[in-house]
Design a protein around this ligand. Sequence first.
Ligand code: LMR
Length: 329
Amino acid sequence: MNRRTLSTLLGLITFLLPMLSWAAPQPLIFSHVVSPDTPKGKMAEMFKSIVEKKLGDQYEIIIHSDSSLMNDNEAVNAIADGRIHFAAPSLSKFERYTQQLKVFDLPFLFPDMNAVNRFQKSPTGQALLTSMKSQGILGLGYLHNGLKQLTADRPFTQPDDLAGLHFRTMNSDVLIKQFELLNAKAVPIAFSEVYQALAEQRIQGQENTWSNIFSKAFYDHQPYMMISNHGVLDYMLITNSDFWGGLSEEEQRSFRFALDMSLKYGNAVAKAKSANDKTELSRMKSVSVYEPSADELATWQTAMQPLWDSYKDIIGEEIIRAAQQASRP
Ligand code: LMR
């Protein structure tokens, strides 16, 4: 190759390189804290595969599961600042941005997941998705996990049994107060640290869904469980408002399609996993799953329900009323 050809070739490469790197798909970060084999983990994978099928030459979805990038409180802030693109934190983790979502933390408000679903689909539930838009957080949809159960390292059947014990909560003042009403000590801890805190006996109990208890092996240190169904743990799929606003209509349609499909799939997985993981745990010889009678459950309700009144003005009476309406079809 003579000098002239070589320099033409080099010139061509120099010209093409920026175009090549410009053409590489833009990485979009989806951060979450649970295992891939959970409703949220499965939903994220399906979302990735549909987006990349439709828009693969423009975008690549990079999923960070199991808190490998950041915890949920950090993820909510990172979405608000536009540092990451997608996350699906529990509805209990938006305290810094809105008080309205605390409705989901009120104990015994939703009798079952159908009621949760009806509320999320109601005009009030849909309006909550855009309630943090001006702060950079846009909700694109809800994803189920399921109802929460109480677990501990010792047997318990009534509220007094928990007095003095340390219970892990998500970082939500409603949940903290819920345990204080039981005279237990609430300890807010990031999800990624719960297993270790249980193993080191820094906490004696926690509340979570069948899927999270099973997938994170909390049963190793929490052999006593109660079918309390006392609260809900669901998620909001969120993105950064400016990132979303900067997408073309065509792109938004493709993302919406991927979201609709993957949220439907995630919700179906949530339903199946809730039943399946409960059965798996009930079958374990080392685990005792207690089913309270209606009267016993009523004592838990009486102990926790004062929270409804104390949060009436903070959450907004009309929001609580809409959730109650959805609970009585
Ligand atoms: C928790 O912190 O217990 C949950 O929010 C974890 C999750 O995302 O399901």
